[in-house]
Write a protein that binds this ligand. Structure first.
Ligand code: ZN
Length: 388
């Protein structure tokens, strides 16, 4: 069965046959997705995808409420308690738990058609049985309210990934929009170590370059940048990475996943071509090797409301040919045209990300509970009963 779209990319019949075979045989497992509805699962199946790292949506709420996104751009008072500021914490845990209930419910009701990826084997098993596996993650640490206890509880519920930062200010470190040269805070470094210890993927997207370097240095497991690209191909976007940082991530076995959104792929807000997206894959693969490259499309339902709330007139758009997950075979076809080997295609489509998840899980501590000791509960319980 051929999957996905049939855009004319000039493949010979031999290339076409190879691309279709490769796409079907490969584990398609991608990072950074916000689509949590049943219909999105059907699109994955149409696109020959097995697994995705799914955010239990926290960002969209900010974007969908008029004025909320703009409010995050207002600087905090000097010395303000960032974690206590409602713009950085209020309500995110609740909305994440509601989304998590929805995702877990999808899996529970699916009769085995959808599973939650707690371990790498869950993803391999899903591929074997033609099922879908969802690796639950979060864009930004707001859902933890910056408490390791909350992080551990979410891990017990199935969280396997945490992006330390979104675009707004937070107490773990400097974000991509900060130009002070600052990196991760002490709390940010503690979060990295705790994520390592309990076996969750550390995602460095949306952090400042110094924060990313700090996270890579401080992490004992490989780190992911789940939606980025080569700054060399689009110098207008601070979310993309300079070559030295891409090399640093790769030098510790990390992975950079390519963003599919047009204004990330290349400069300007007009729609990117599939060729421009392939340029990103080719550049990164030439720079650090396909074993450090993955897909991070950032699929989510976008539209005029969201654009208006951000004060922009042009709605978001993904690169031509991969506008939703059902079209992903066009990426495989394009990679074949660009001369990627079978192994390189398999790595980029999902092999690199699965290897990173395996490394992260292999290096974790045998239990989520922290070792007991004087610093295990630093004043967080009152009278032994009430959490503060
Ligand atoms: Zn993002």
């Amino acid at each position: 069965m051929s999957v996905g779209a049939t855009m004319d990319l000039g493949l010979s019949s031999i290339q076409e046959e190879r691309a279709q075979r490769l796409h079907q045989e490969s584990l398609v497992f991608f990072a950074h997705d916000h689509c949590i509805l049943e219909d999105d699962i059907l699109l994955m199946q149409r696109g020959g995808a097995t697994a995705k790292q799914l955010h239990i949506g926290v960002d969209e709420r900010l974007w969908l409420e008029p004025g909320a996104f703009a409010a995050t751009r207002v600087p905090l008072e000097p010395n303000a308690d960032v974690a206590a500021d409602p713009r950085t914490s209020d309500g995110f845990l609740k909305s994440a738990l509601i989304a998590l209930d929805h995702v877990l419910g999808l899996a529970e009701r699916s009769g085995g058609r959808i599973s939650i990826a707690l371990e790498p084997d869950d993803i391999l098993r899903a591929k074997e049985h033609g099922a879908i596996a969802l690796l639950v993650g979060a864009e930004g640490a707001r859902i933890t309210e910056y408490r390791p206890e909350v992080l551990r509880s979410l891990a017990r519920l199935g969280l396997r990934h945490l992006q330390l930062s979104w675009a707004t200010k937070h107490p773990l470190g400097a974000t991509q929009s900060e130009t002070s040269g600052a990196g991760l805070t002490t709390l940010g470094m503690e979060f990295v170590r705790e994520l390592n210890r309990i076996g969750l993927i550390v995602d460095v997207s949306h952090l400042s370059y110094q924060s990313i370097a700090d996270a890579v240095d401080g992490s004992s497991a490989p780190v992911l940048n789940g939606h980025t690209g080569a700054l060399a191909l689009n110098p207008t976007q601070p979310q993309l990475l300079p070559d030295d940082l891409i090399r640093l991530i790769a030098s510790k076995d990390g992975v950079v996943a390519v963003h599919f959104m047009s204004q990330m792929v290349k400069p300007g807000r007009d729609q990117a071509t599939l060729g421009q997206l392939l340029d990103q894959f080719e550049y990164l693969t030439d720079l650090v090797g396909a074993e450090h490259v993955a897909c991070g499309p950032d699929y989510f339902s976008h539209g005029e409301t969201l654009a208006a709330n951000q004060g922009i007139t042009t709605p978001f758009g993904f690169a031509d040919g991969v506008q939703d997950v059902s079209q992903l075979s066009n990426l495989t076809r394009g990679l074949v045209v660009r001369g990627f080997t079978d192994d390189q295609v398999r790595l980029v489509l999902g092999g690199s990300l699965l290897r990173l998840f395996s490394d992260v899980r292999r290096q974790r501590s045998p239990m989520i509970a922290p070792p007991m000791g004087p610093s295990a509960l630093p004043g967080h319980l009152t009278g032994g009963i009430t959490p503060l």
